[in-house]
Write a protein that binds this ligand. Structure first.
Ligand code: ADP
Ligand code: MG
Length: 270
């Protein structure tokens, strides 16, 4: 099982929407998917629950850190939902090392039961994110094309607590940065200029979509995505043409991410 953590130290950037799209896409592509929601706000939990696709585990995500032995059902698509006690973990510093150890042991124990684990996180650089990054194979950072986000790229790499360099040096040398995923992308001059700046300064962090130079993974801003997040519907199953058009734009990026995270042939079709 490969574990991918969605990380960005800002809220409302589209992390949970990417986590949702990717979880549904991976499942449709035949992967066995475990979704873990470490954000006490529970956006990923509520949208996946409304979709009725995953089986919802009886344990909540806080228990993956606080308990040594936690089990989830052996099903092809399982959600471990968020709960309020996730907020209290940071305030128990003496327990942080056991928290990280418990999550790692849990993920290791799931190795043969799922192909991919998607972990959605809260924006705070706290023990939840540290524990997730300490055990993950991959980190993906959705970013918006504004100046703040571009300034934040260095934080993703160099944050003293949760920066990729620090996590690799101290906790998890194998952590791979999938890269920056521009999300809620609009074809405005402002966003084009900001995108050009990212290409100039951080091109190696963007995710090539094809062999053609200059084509990178991204998620456009489309009202159908927000509607799917609100209703729980799967974008490609929605009746509106706008939803199908949005999915046609997004699918190449989802395919690329799936290939990076779990390049094997699918085990069984959904
Ligand atoms: N590509 C998109 N196009 C339009 N709206 C989006 C898109 N991605 C996310 N949204 C909406 O933006 C808001 C914030 O997204 P969300 O994924 O919850 O962000 P985060 O998890 O980073 O806090 C939500 O209302 C969501 O439905
Ligand atoms: Mg979120």
């Amino acid at each position: 099982m490969k574990t991918l953590v969605l990380a960005n130290q800002k809220g409302g950037v589209g992390k949970s929407a990417v986590a949702t799209l990717l979880a549904h896409h991976l499942r449709r592509a035949g992967r066995r998917v475990l979704a873990v929601d470490l954000d006490h706000q529970g956006n990923l939990s509520s949208v996946l629950q409304r979709s009725r696709r995953p089986l919802v585990a009886s344990v909540t995500a806080d228990l993956l850190l606080t308990q040594a032995q936690v089990d989830v059902p052996a099903e092809p698509f399982v959600l471990v939902p968020a709960a309020d006690p996730l907020l209290w973990l940071e305030r128990q510093p003496a327990q942080h090392t056991p928290f990280a150890r418990n999550l790692r042991a849990f993920l290791r124990a799931q190795a043969g039961r799922f192909d991919v684990c998607i972990v959605d996180t809260n924006p705070n650089p706290d023990i939840r994110l540290i524990a997730a990054l300490a055990s993950a194979d991959f980190v993906l950072s959705p970013i918006q094309l504004n100046q703040e986000a571009i300034d934040g790229v260095r934080g993703l790499l160099n944050h003293p607590r949760v920066g990729v360099h620090k996590i690799r040096a101290l906790l998890n040398p194998a952590l791979q940065l999938v890269g920056l995923l521009p999300v809620m992308v609009e074809a405005t001059p402002f966003q084009r200029a900001n995108f050009a700046e990212i290409v100039r300064h951080h091109q190696s962090l963007l995710i090539p979509l094809t062999d053609k130079p200059g084509e990178f993974a991204f998620i456009p801003k489309r009202s159908a995505v927000a509607e799917a997040q609100a209703s729980g519907d799967l974008l490609w199953e929605m009746k509106k043409t706008a939803a199908r058009d949005a999915w046609a734009e997004i699918e190449p990026t989802m395919r690329r991410l799936a290939e990076i995270v779990d390049p094997q042939e699918p085990h069984h079709a959904a």
